[in-house]
Design a protein around this ligand. Structure first.
Ligand SMILES: *[C@@H]1O[C@H](CO)[C@@H](O)[C@H](O)[C@H]1NC(C)=O
Ligand SMILES: *[C@@H]1O[C@H](CO)[C@@H](O)[C@H](O)[C@H]1NC(C)=O
Length: 324
C-alpha cells in the first residue's frame, strides 16, 4: 500500500515538474499553444473564432490570456488527442449535425442564432441547403444569404415575422412542416424573388400568406384555413404553379381562378359543398381544354359531384369525390 501511495505521489510531482516549465514557456512565447489548457474556459470564445477561419478546429492559435494554469489532475494528452476532446466539448448538440467542410460561399457558419450559436453549427448547411429539422427551435434562425433550400421541420416555431426571410434573394424552397405556426406576417414571403416551393403543412395557420408568382408548389395541408383565410384570386397569377395541396382544412369553396399550369389540386376533407360549371372549365369556349389538371381530390367534402356534370368537360379526368 505504501509503495502505491509513493508511486502516485511521485507521478504527481513529475507532472507538476513537466507541466510548469511548459506553461511558462508558452506564456513567454505569447503566441501558440500546442497543448494544455482548460477546455471549458476556451470553448465559447473559440467557436466564433473557428467559424470565421474555416471548418476545422485545427488552427492552434489560442489566446494565452484566456488560459487557466495547467490542472494537475488533467492529463496531458498528445495534441491530436486533445483536439478530439475539444471537438466533443465544443459541440454538445447532436454531433451528426456538424457540417463537414460544407460548400457555399460567404461566411461559412452563417449568422448567430438566438441561442448564441451560428446557424450552420446548430443546423447542417450543405451547399445552399440549410437543415434545421427537429431542434426545438421556436423561431426562424437567421439564414446565410446564399441559402436556396431551408428545412425546419418538427420544431416549435409559432410565428413568422416579416424580417425572418428578408432579402433572401436565392431562397427557392421553405419547408416548415409540423411546427406550431399560428401567425405569419402577411408580407413575410413577398420579398423572395426566387421562391418556388412553400411547405407549411401540419401547423395552426388560419390565414394563407401572400406568395410570389414564382410558386410551383404550395402545401398548406392540415391547418385551420377557411375560405376567408385565402386572399381573393390568390393563385391566379402563379403561372408556373403545379401543385396546390390544401388537404384537411376548413375551406368552403374551390379557390378560383386556378392557373392553367396546375397539375394537382388536393382539397380532401374540407367543407366544400358546391362548385360552379366554370370552376375549372370555360362555359364560353367549349374548345378550351385544361390538359394539365389531371389530379383533383375532393373526397371527404360534403359535395355531390353528380350535380355539375358540365363542370368536368374540359378536364382530362373527373375529380375524385362522391358521385352519388
Ligand atoms: C420577430 O419575432 C421575434 C420572436 O420570434 C420577436 O422577438 C421580434 O420582435 C419579431 N420582430 C418583428 C419585426 O416583429
Ligand atoms: C347527387 O346529385 C344527383 C344529381 O343531381 C342526385 O340525383 C342525387 O340524388 C344526389 N345525391 C345526394 C346524396 O344528394
Amino acid at each position: 500500500m505504501k509503495t502505491l501511495v509513493r508511486i502516485v505521489l511521485g507521478l504527481l510531482v513529475l507532472k507538476v515538474a513537466v507541466a510548469n516549465p511548459r506553461f511558462s514557456r508558452q506564456a513567454d512565447l505569447d503566441s501558440y499553444d500546442d497543448g494544455n489548457y482548460d477546455v471549458d474556459d476556451v470553448n465559447s470564445e473559440n467557436q466564433e473564432y473557428d467559424y470565421e477561419d474555416g471548418p476545422t478546429i485545427e488552427d492552434p492559435e489560442v489566446e494565452i490570456g484566456t488560459l487557466a494554469p495547467p490542472d494537475y489532475n488533467y492529463p496531458m494528452p498528445e495534441a491530436s488527442l486533445e483536439e478530439q476532446e475539444e471537438e466533443e466539448e465544443e459541440l454538445p448538440l447532436k454531433p451528426q449535425l456538424i457540417p463537414q467542410g460544407s460548400g457555399g460561399s460567404g461566411v461559412l457558419m452563417g449568422p448567430d442564432t438566438q441561442k448564441g450559436m451560428p446557424t450552420c453549427l446548430l443546423c447542417t448547411c450543405l451547399g445552399g441547403s440549410v437543415y434545421c429539422d427537429d431542434l426545438k427551435l421556436d423561431s426562424i434562425p437567421p439564414l446565410p444569404k446564399d441559402t436556396t433550400h431551408f428545412y425546419a421541420r418538427y420544431n416549435r416555431i409559432t410565428k413568422i415575422n416579416k424580417s425572418d426571410f428578408a432579402s433572401m434573394n436565392k431562397l427557392k424552397r421553405i419547408d416548415l412542416t409540423a411546427n406550431a405556426i399560428s401567425s405569419i406576417d402577411s408580407q413575410a414571403f413577398m420579398g423572395l424573388p426566387e421562391l418556388e416551393e412553400l411547405v407549411i403543412r401540419e401547423n395552426h395557420i388560419s390565414q394563407m400568406p401572400a406568395l410570389p408568382e414564382t410558386m410551383t408548389l404550395i402545401d398548406a395541408s392540415h391547418n385551420n384555413i377557411d375560405s376567408k383565410g385565402i386572399l381573393k384570386e390568390a393563385f391566379k397569377d402563379m403561372t408556373s404553379l403545379l401543385y396546390l395541396y390544401l388537404t384537411d382544412n376548413e375551406i368552403d369553396y374551390i379557390p378560383v381562378p386556378l392557373p392553367d399550369s396546375l397539375r394537382s389540386l388536393h382539397l380532401q376533407r374540407n367543407n366544400i359543398q358546391s362548385m360552379h360549371e366554370d370552376t375549372f372549365c370555360n362555359l364560353h369556349d367549349f374548345n378550351y381544354i385544361r390538359n394539365a389538371l389531371e389530379d383533383i381530390r375532393l373526397d371527404g367534402n360534403p359535395i355531390n359531384l353528380s350535380r355539375t356534370p358540365q363542370a368536368y368537360i374540359c378536364l382530362p379526368r373527373i375529380p375524385v369525390g362522391d358521385l352519388i
